[in-house]
Design a protein around this ligand. Structure first.
Ligand SMILES: [Zn+2]
Ligand SMILES: [Zn+2]
Ligand SMILES: [Zn+2]
Ligand SMILES: [Zn+2]
Length: 428
């Protein structure tokens, strides 16, 4: 469906929110909007919409008519005095619509042929519909189907694609033809794509947006995430090739879309969050990676359980984002190591010691421990340094003020002379 907002207040409803008119399926955000819409005139058209096939079909039919009017107007000069090459009439015998031309017929090769390619949108649509039916009824296979499907976007005479408002009108005609089919139907999926393309070509981007969103949502549902799997795979390849910025951008898009369409507790969404977080860590956006994981881990633990591999992965990556961060405190690093140790033990119990995931966790934990030891050693050195400095300051405070000042601000003329503290000239 492309009617994804409230008919009264235009609030976005996505695919499942809100209420529907029991008769005609017009959608609302809630009872208040439905009542207001009903009193405001829906009661006079509800039956008509129902008779017209319900809200979605009625809307598509109406939009098709409007788009045809726009296209005919735009083509008026170009088609003046001509006839439709399909039905051979100037005015369409059933719909009363005028003529269009939106391909490359008419003035190709520097030769003006004003009669070529002039047609009614309805006639072009009918031709395309029949061609597709032929392929479907005879099960001609996908290549033949695609070839016939081309009638929806390519002129059969000049073999150039339709453009602008003509393409838009055909897009609507295409969508209205197939929208009643099941979501898994190829023609219906293609039709959404046609419509979106037509709207974009006519610069109606605001109208194209809900159609494209519906298209993406549809592909995700019916292809069981095929589109996202494909995109995720591509992002993984970018990542693997070291094209991290590209991978990051794609992973973020995929995660955001997944969040919006599938929700935050869907396993696929959690997986994408984790993959995005890994990329953030690899690009040293540690804080962002930790924030993302802190936000998503509780849901993952609740939905998937403590011992689920994805949950373990997320916790492992959280540990990495802690200990690898150069800005991490000693406590952060210790928390990272503790997390990794726990993850490794749980994974070992669940999967056995030779499982590659466990081997990977083990390696990560070793690295984290090494980082901790290094930092602790550094901390000890720093502590020793601080102690020595404090001692020095104390000694200095016991000196006469002028001497103490000179030693505190060493200069080339008066080099510091108290490096070792046993210079006899300083006395006691
Ligand atoms: Zn509303
Ligand atoms: Zn209604
Ligand atoms: Zn015609
Ligand atoms: Zn043409």
């Amino acid at each position: 469906m492309i009617l994804t907002s409230c008919a009264a207040c235009a609030a976005p409803l996505g695919l499942s929110l809100g209420k529907k008119c029991g008769r005609c399926s017009t959608r609302y955000c809630g009872p208040a909007c439905q009542k207001q819409h009903w009193d405001g005139g829906h009661k006079d058209v509800c039956k008509k919409i129902k008779k017209g096939g319900g809200a979605e079909q009625y809307h598509a039919d109406k939009k098709t008519k409007e788009a045809v009017v726009v296209a005919v107007e735009a083509c008026a000069d170009d088609t003046k005095g001509q006839k439709c090459y399909i039905c051979l009439e100037a005015v369409h015998p059933h719909t009363g619509e005028g003529l269009v031309r939106g391909c490359a017929c008419g003035d190709r090769d520097g030769v003006s042929s004003p009669e070529l390619g002039v047609a009614h949108v309805s006639c072009l649509a009918r031709q395309a519909k029949i061609a597709v039916e032929e392929a479907e009824e005879n099960s001609l296979g996908s290549a033949a189907f695609d070839e016939r499907w081309a009638r929806w976007y390519m002129c059969g005479l000049c073999e150039q694609t339709y453009h602008g408002v003509v393409r838009c009108a055909l897009g609507w005609a295409c969508w209205k033809t197939y929208l009643g089919r099941p979501e898994t139907d190829t023609a219906r999926q293609n039709a959404l794509n046609r419509l979106a393309g037509g709207l974009c070509d006519a610069n109606l981007h605001e109208d194209a947006l809900p159609v494209q969103e519906a298209e993406v949502a549809l592909l995700w549902r019916v292809n069981s995430g095929g589109i996202i799997v494909a995109q995720g795979n591509l992002a993984g390849t970018y990542h693997a090739l070291g094209r991290l910025e590209e991978a990051l951008k794609m992973k973020r898009d995929v995660y955001t879309a997944s969040l919006k369409i599938l929700g935050e507790e869907c396993e696929g969404t959690l997986q994408r969050a984790n993959s995005y977080a890994v990329c953030l860590t690899d690009l040293q956006h540690y804080e962002e990676a930790r924030t993302l994981l802190r936000k998503t881990m509780p849901g993952a633990r609740r939905v998937l359980g403590e011992s689920h591999q994805l949950v373990l992965m997320m916790r492992c990556n959280y540990g990495v984002a802690l200990y690898e961060d150069p800005a991490a405190t000693l406590d952060d690093i210790r928390e990272g190591v503790t997390t990794l140790k726990d993850v490794e033990q749980t994974a070992r119990r669940m999967l056995g010691g030779s499982h590659p995931t466990v081997v990977e966790f083990e390696r990560t934990m070793r690295d984290a421990r090494a980082a901790l030891r290094a930092r602790e050693a550094q901390g000890e050195a720093q502590d020793a340094f601080r102690t020595a400095r404090a001692k020095l300051a104390q000694e200095r405070s016991q000196l006469p003020p002028t001497l103490a000042d000179a030693s505190a601000r060493p200069s080339k003329e008066a080099p510091p002379r108290r490096e070792t503290g046993d210079d006899s000239s300083l006395g006691a």
